[in-house]
Design a protein around this ligand. Structure first.
Ligand code: CAA
Length: 261
């Protein structure tokens, strides 16, 4: 694995890529060098034929405590606008392979937004989410106001974004932000995320990517457009060997052997 300063990468299970945010002194605050490394690692996994699902995590204490406040506090409007400040955070949402966020501890501001940009969020009972930007004189800039609203509706989004209060793993689960709150224990949430990623990695990669694309279409498109997108992607699976293998294996009462082709 490549060596980075602010993140760690590994492949803890067949087909699974793991990225661990590793800037403990700043609770994984998302400084620009960290984001550049994160994007580099994510794009490398997305391009790696041996990786079929990605897990993104932090430490037990912090997934990420947000954009780096010390780095941005003196930034000017002109600098932010000219240099497209944090626009490169969008790389995460552009990946074709599925990515699971394993969240323990603080996921605040940009940390919450990074988690919301992944496909599935698993949370430790210790997870503390929030969009606290309002408390430092600004607003979410990494998609928080938009992605929260799509999931939890206007009233809750307004409450969270206007008060900046933290919300718990169980609230996040109840509202549909988090798919599951795992058992308590250090490292538990990463273990479960790796296990889930392993299940996804055992399926046809082509079908998984088509499924992800279909689900995401629902966020951006009208229902009728989304239904057409889903149908086209569904038809497309019939052009793959994996569809023949998957359905053939079912008919022959055996396990499929997907070749991702
Ligand atoms: N940026 C830079 N440094 C940060 C940071 C951040 N977002 N969050 C924590 N740190 C640093 C602290 O400055 C501290 O460093 P020093 O030891 O050098 O002083 C270290 O991490 C440990 O933090 P604390 O001592 O504050 O730890 P705590 O346990 O007392 O509190 C916390 C933890 C509640 C998460 C608190 O650190 C905090 O409120 N952090 C800021 C959270 C925040 O406002 N995030 C939103 C940022 S804005 C944003 O993200 C914009 C966007 O949408 C793109």
């Amino acid at each position: 694995a490549k060596s980075y300063e602010h993140i760690l990468t590994s492949s803890p299970a067949p087909g699974v890529g793991l990225v661990t945010l590793n800037r403990p002194k700043a609770l994984n605050a998302l400084c620009s060098p960290l984001i550049l490394e994160l994007n580099d690692a994510l794009l490398a996994f997305d391009a790696d034929p041996d990786i079929r699902a990605i897990v993104l995590t932090g430490s037990d204490r912090a997934f990420a405590a947000g954009a780096d406040i010390k780095e941005m506090k003196d930034k000017t409007y002109v600098d932010a606008y000219k240099n497209r400040f944090i626009e490169n955070w969008g790389v995460l949402a552009s990946l074709r392979k599925p990515i699971i966020a394993a969240v323990s501890g603080y996921a605040l501001g940009g940390g919450c937004e990074i988690a919301l940009s992944t496909d599935i969020i698993l949370a430790s009972p210790t997870a503390k989410f929030g969009q606290p930007e309002i408390a430092i004189g600004t607003i979410p800039g990494g998609g928080g106001s938009q992605r929260l609203l799509k999931t939890i509706g206007k009233s809750r989004t307004m409450e969270l974004v206007l008060t900046g209060r933290q919300f718990s793993a169980h609230e996040a689960e109840r509202w549909g932000i988090v798919s599951k709150v795992v058992r308590e224990g250090d490292g538990e949430v990463v273990r479960e995320a790796i296990e889930m990623a392993g299940v996804i990695a055992s399926k046809s990669q082509l079908a998984v990517q088509a499924a992800k694309e279909a689900v995401n279409a629902a966020l951006d498109q009208s229902l009728s457009e989304g239904l057409k997108t889903e149908r086209r992607l569904f038809y497309g699976t019939f052009a793959t060997s994996d569809q023949k293998e998957g359905m053939g294996a079912f008919a022959e009462k055996r396990q499929p052997n997907f070749t991702h082709s």
